[in-house]
Design a protein around this ligand. Structure first.
Ligand SMILES: [Fe+2]
Ligand SMILES: [Fe+2]
Length: 414
């Protein structure tokens, strides 16, 4: 049965988010930064004039309209989740592997990482015009995605506390990380005088219901793709410091390790339900979720090429690199992944970008709604047919192999 979070639970999550500490000493191995008290200081309002952002009140941004490509909040069947992670019910739960993840989470490697410094506000004030607009949009999307992870993991932790306390603690510690990430980005938004009211979002945003198995596939992929996005931006800016327009990106190296650890934990969750990895249905869903995550990112990022160009990145190259690396990481676990390195794969995604651009352009044109809907129809049909073609794209049979079946077992005994 689908269970939505009650308003009371959602408020509790938002309050917990507000309590997360975001200040501490500078991490080792990096020049020490001066920890400063961060206030929701206003950027001069005229910097935001003409950018088209609406505010709920002074310094607080109205959330962007939800669409099929915007980050979502999720809910699931928490009772089924409890059963998956109950040691009494599920014999496939590998507590040794899960406890290794718990030890990593308890180590809290980034406890003292998310400390701001005095350069943030000045850097934000120097970002103006169109670049400012796309920066704010990027920050809002990132904050919403991180906060979505916080809400889901926090609720999973709460629901499993009685039945699976160890797994509940793992979800709780992941929600701790996501709250830090969301809070850190929201402080960045306050540098631009457009912070989000996360408590309001918790209560008012639509929650999308996903079955537990879909939640596990989707969160595993989003953690892994998040890791590759952050580390790719970080490494690029290390090589090109002149493009480091805003200090947030300096934090991505340690930050992305949180996402990597979350992905490893969710991989262990997938293994706790072997039918998610070793049936024909699993093959279908694995490929479907890979494609959904890759296409969503590709179309989203190509609508915002100006942001990546502002950092000196080539959007297409950046996205293709992130997809290839995420796919290589995923093929170690999923039974099937799309063959994204097949020469036909990215040209098809590029064709989808072209059609999507035409669809977006129709939204900006002044015309009656029914004319717009009619004009969109053939483009939507083309996009749908491309999605179907993608589902039949070349795939790779893969997945983890036990020692017994591995190449090493074919070699002479040591
Ligand atoms: Fe995160
Ligand atoms: Fe994460």
């Amino acid at each position: 049965m689908a269970l939505q979070m009650t308003l009371k639970q959602q408020r509790a999550c938002a309050r917990a988010s507000a309590r997360q500490p975001f200040r501490a000493a500078a991490p080792a191995g990096r020049p020490r930064r001066c920890a400063v008290r961060v206030q929701a200081t206003a950027a001069p309002n005229d910097l935001n004039a003409g950018l088209g952002f609406e505010t709920m009140r002074d310094g607080i941004k109205k959330a962007a309209k939800e669409s099929i490509l915007t980050p979502r909040f999720y809910t699931t069947d928490f009772e089924e989740m409890e059963q998956i992670f109950s040691q009494e019910i599920n014999p496939n739960l590998d507590m040794e592997e899960l406890n290794a993840c718990l030890t990593e989470f308890r180590n809290d490697y980034n406890k003292i990482h998310f400390v701001r410094n005095e350069t943030f506000k000045d850097a934000a004030d120097k970002i103006t015009g169109d670049t400012r607009k796309i920066f704010i949009e990027f920050l809002e999307r990132s904050c919403t995605a991180e906060f979505s992870g916080f809400l889901l993991y926090k609720e999973l932790a709460r629901r499993m506390k009685a039945t699976s306390p160890a797994v509940a603690e793992m979800f709780l510690l992941m929600s701790r990380d996501e709250a830090r990430h969301a809070g850190f980005i929201n402080k960045a938004l306050s540098d631009f005088n457009l912070a989000l009211d996360l408590g309001f979002l918790t209560k008012n945003r639509t929650y999308t219901y996903f079955k537990p198995k879909f939640i596990i596939y989707a969160t595993f992929l989003s953690e892994k793709i998040g890791y590759w996005r952050y580390i790719t931006i970080y490494r690029h800016l290390q090589r090109n410091p002149d493009n480091q327009l805003y200090p947030l990106f300096e934090y991505f190296e340690n930050w992305c390790q949180d996402e990597n650890r979350h992905g490893d934990f969710l991989a262990a969750c997938l293994k706790a339900k072997p039918e998610l990895l070793n049936t024909w249905e699993a093959k279908l869903w694995s490929k479907f979720f890979c494609l959904s995550v890759y296409v969503t990112m590709y179309l989203n990022d190509h609508q915002r090429t100006a942001f990546y160009e502002a950092l000196g990145l080539k959007t297409r190259q950046f996205d293709q690199h992130v997809i290839i690396e995420t796919n290589r990481a995923t093929e170690r676990l999923f039974p099937v992944v799309p063959d994204v390195e097949d020469p036909a794969f990215f040209p098809l995604l590029n064709d989808m970008v072209e059609v999507n651009d035409k669809l977006c352009a129709l939204d900006t044109q002044n015309m009656p709604d029914f004319v717009r809907a009619l004009a969109k129809l053939p483009l939507q049909e083309r996009l749908a047919s491309m999605l179907i073609r993608l589902m039949f794209c070349k795939e790779k049979e893969c997945g983890s192999v036990d020692v017994a079946g591995s190449a090493a077992s074919q070699m002479a005994a040591f």
